[in-house]
Design a protein around this ligand. Structure first.
Ligand code: 13P
Ligand code: SF4
Length: 336
């Protein structure tokens, strides 16, 4: 085990995940379940994970729900099936727990677009502004921010701030533009975007709508303005799930990461769910986050076995980043 661990750690630095061949015949799900009990581990998964991972999760949620679950758990190990900034947020909120992420290269284009240093420079240009950042950012950006928001609680939090408060919003310009519209604010926007939600083709969606005249178009606010303008409903991951369950329509064109369709179909088994099309010519023509899809059952098994890759964070940075997340928790306690 020692030698294997050494080999695994070496590879980890290059590949971002444990790359050890798994002997044939191992029942990975049974082994994951055994380790989950033995190691007192909890598996948290985002709705954008592959269906097999969603199905083995102890807790499935959107960014806000996952942060809360990570903060509240008394498990010894949090196996975070999502992307790096989410696992990092779990460690920030619950530092005494071991937090592992099956693949360290599960990143995010939004998080990659913004740095603490860049944000400091922007703040220097607007000395009276406070910084509100979307949770899709790294710890150094969270540490430079006054308040963190998710797409579920952003409007509630912004509405609780004085109307004349100058605000810098980072890093998602699409979400920021949408929030400016629904809150009547004029926030200064960082120029970042989600490559997955920007990929939708309005032209192809228009064709889909004409082929399905009774369908409603629903979109995540990370999508571009033109798609949002054409949508019947705009909401965070959990709001979209709730909408298709409760709305009277029988057909929906869904403009968000396609992984969500797995849970949507479970919640509304009789309804027709159509993934909105992108410009890309991939197999499904839908939008998939390849960062989220880096996690696999094999990587989860290895990650639980070796308890690697582990998320570690400098304590001073953690404390600074925790402040802005705690502000979010206080200001959005009533948001589901
Ligand atoms: P929510 O889970 O907060 O809706 O965010 C969507 C997303 O893009 C996660 O990376
Ligand atoms: Fe980041 Fe977009 Fe992927 Fe979410 S869907 S993790 S915002 S790249």
């Amino acid at each position: 085990m020692e030698a294997l661990l050494e080999e695994a750690t070496e590879k980890l630095e290059k590949k971002g995940f444990i790359d050890i061949e798994i002997p044939e015949g191992i029942d990975l799900i049974a082994e994951i379940n055994r380790m989950r009990k033995e190691k007192n581990a909890i598996i948290l998964a985002h709705y954008y994970q592959i269906p097999e991972i969603q199905d083995i999760a102890d807790f499935l949620g959107d960014s806000l729900q996952l942060s809360r679950a990570a903060a509240e758990t008394d498990a010894d190990m949090i196996v975070f099936c999502g992307v790096h900034f989410m696992a990092e947020a779990a460690k920030i909120l619950n530092p005494t727990k071991k937090v592992v992420l099956p693949d360290l290269k599960a990143g995010c284009s939004l998080a990659d677009s913004c740095t603490g240093e860049g944000l400091r420079a922007m703040r220097a240009e607007h000395p009276n502004a406070i910084v509100v950042s979307y949770i899709n950012c790294d710890a150094d950006v969270k540490a430079e921010s006054d308040i963190i928001v998710t797409s579920s609680n952003a409007k509630t939090i912004l509405d609780s701030l004085p109307a004349d408060q100058e605000i810098i919003f980072a890093p998602d310009k699409n979400l920021g533009r949408y929030l400016n519209k629904v809150t009547g604010r004029n926030m200064i926007l960082w120029d970042g975007s989600c490559i997955v939600h920007e990929a939708f083709s309005l032209e192809k969606i228009a064709r889909q709508l004409s082929e399905h005249p009774n369908a409603k178009l629903i979109a995540h606010p990370e999508a571009e303005e033109a798609v949002l303008n054409a949508s019947d409903f705009i909401g965070s991951t959990s709001r979209l799930l709730n909408f298709i369950k409760t709305d009277e329509a029988e057909e929906f064109i869904v403009a968000t990461e396609a992984g969500i369709l797995h849970e949507m179909q479970k919640l509304a088994p009789g309804k027709k769910l159509i993934p909105a099309m992108t410009d890309e010519d991939n197999s499904c023509n839908c939008s998939e986050c390849f960062f989220m899809k880096r996690n696999t059952i094999e990587k989860i098994y290895l990650c639980m076995k070796y308890e690697l890759p582990e998320i570690l964070i400098d304590e001073d940075l953690r404390v600074r980043a925790e402040r802005s997340i705690n502000r979010m928790m206080e200001l959005s306690a009533q948001v589901k």
